[in-house]
Design a protein around this ligand. Structure first.
Ligand SMILES: Nc1ncnc2c1ncn2[C@@H]1O[C@H](COP(=O)(O)OP(=O)(O)OP(=O)(O)O)[C@@H](O)[C@H]1O
Length: 406
């Protein structure tokens, strides 16, 4: 049988491969969560809040989650497929002419590496990229198209945008508009079928993905499942240890990163006893320790109470203003767009608007039409405008009040 035919018979479909990557990601997150719950229950047991039986339940859940993660890493559909493809690939003599086979090997190699990389992708960014900055544009997305499977509709369709170095960009859109898909592509969990992502002028490919990721720090939605260490200090240290940072330098890096988010007095605290906002601050400190240029906040405020939500938004602004970081915030929270330099509006997989917040907010009917809520502040500005009171766009209520009281 020729190798192409053999390959076609053995190939994972796009859908199977994408499902595998997503499942792997989700099992990994579950494992972290269960691990944290177990840590927390140990402390609660010491404090006499729960009994041994309860503690054992948490332990069992954590063991189960670890086993599930291991299971998916070694899942038959994946390993068998990978081995078969490799065997066919290795036995074929006309490697150069067999482009499909070459692509298949790459694709499967990539998926295989994911299990190694996932630990890193959560904690381990910005470790001094080896790729050179070739451009002032931090992130450029060109004609990006992505489908979860060939017969599915496009989850992303001809998406184009640029994010300049030092810019704060909010990506908004109703459920199903493509925000999560875009974020998964930016952090390299999924790869687009068409189009490119460039980071500082480097087109991201499978070969340089790991290096390109070093420019990125990521803060996820759920503050609880981003911890690995048993104290704030250990947690921030985790990524540094992985990068084999000289232990002599670590103390200072940990302290400085914690200080940037106002957590320097919490270094010996157990992360799970912190508030949601504080946990997210530690997650930001862990990312900052590796000095990434770009920070992606993936719905990072959505599980926080109003205080935590405010804290994190303020930190995002500070990171841009004081540390000149590029901020990409993928969010449901329309209020957040007021802080941004640029807003990207997604709808049904397409980028439907891009511009400064005041430009995007001009067309309120359009935003309402794609089921987006207008920020309260803009409604106030609109009402004032109708009364003939002209004011500049404000980022928050304090600014608005100041303008009115001038
Ligand atoms: N794993 C998947 N398999 C198949 N289709 C998917 C998968 N994940 C998302 N989709 C589809 O892709 C499209 C974009 O979804 P996506 O999750 O990126 O949107 P979103 O804007 O992040 O939505 P939400 O705010 O609800 O998270 C939707 O039509 C969705 O149904």
């Amino acid at each position: 049988m020729d190798s192409l035919k053999k390959f076609k018979e053995n190939k994972l479909t796009t859908k199977e491969l994408n499902d595998f990557k997503i499942e792997l990601h989700s099992k990994y997150i579950n494992m972290l969560q269960a691990n944290n719950d177990f840590f927390k229950s140990k402390e609660e047991k010491q404090q006499g809040k729960i009994d041994n039986q309860e503690l054992e339940k948490y332990k069992a859940k954590s063991v189960e989650a670890k086993a599930e993660f291991k299971k998916i890493c070694g899942s038959k559909i994946f390993i068998d497929n990978y081995k078969t493809i490799l065997k066919i690939y290795n036995s074929t003599t006309k490697k150069n002419s067999s482009i499909i086979l070459e692509q298949a090997k790459e694709e499967l190699n990539y998926a295989k590496n994911l299990k190694k990389e996932f630990k890193d992708s959560v904690k381990d960014h910005g470790r001094g990229a080896q790729l050179t900055k070739l451009d002032k544009v931090a992130v450029k997305v060109e004609n990006l198209k992505f489908k979860y499977a060939p017969d599915f509709p496009y989850a992303l369709n001809e998406v184009n945008f640029e994010i300049n170095d030092g810019e704060y960009v909010a990506v908004i859109g109703h459920n199903g508009s493509g925000k999560s898909t875009l974020s998964k592509i930016l952090i390299g969990v999924l790869s687009a079928q068409e189009g490119h992502v460039s980071i500082y002028g480097n087109v991201v490919t499978r070969d340089n993905l790991d290096q390109a990721r070093k420019f990125l720090g990521i803060v996820f939605q759920n503050p609880d499942n981003q911890f690995i260490g048993s104290s704030v200090e250990a947690d921030i240290a985790f990524g540094l240890e992985n990068k084999r940072v000289n232990p002599k330098d670590m103390q200072k890096i940990i302290y400085d990163s914690a200080k940037k988010v106002g957590m320097e007095n919490f270094l010996d605290k157990e992360p799970l006893n912190l508030s949601g906002g504080q946990k997210q601050r530690v997650a930001i400190a862990s990312a900052l320790a590796l000095n990434p240029d770009i920070l992606i906040f993936d719905e990072a405020t959505s599980m926080l109470d109003p205080k935590g939500n405010r804290e994190i938004k303020e930190i995002m602004v500070e990171l841009r203003d004081k540390m000149k970081k590029t901020i990409i915030s993928i969010t449901h929270d329309m209020d957040e767009i007021l802080n941004a330099d640029k807003v990207i509006v997604m709808n049904a997989g397409r980028l439907v608007k891009i511009g400064k917040p005041e430009e995007v907010l001009k067309d309120k009917e359009f935003l309402r039409g794609i089921k987006l809520e207008i920020p309260f502040l803009s409604l106030v500005e609109e009402a004032l405008d109708k009364e003939g009171i002209k004011i500049k766009h404000s980022q928050n209520m304090d600014e608005l009040v100041k303008q009115l009281c001038k």
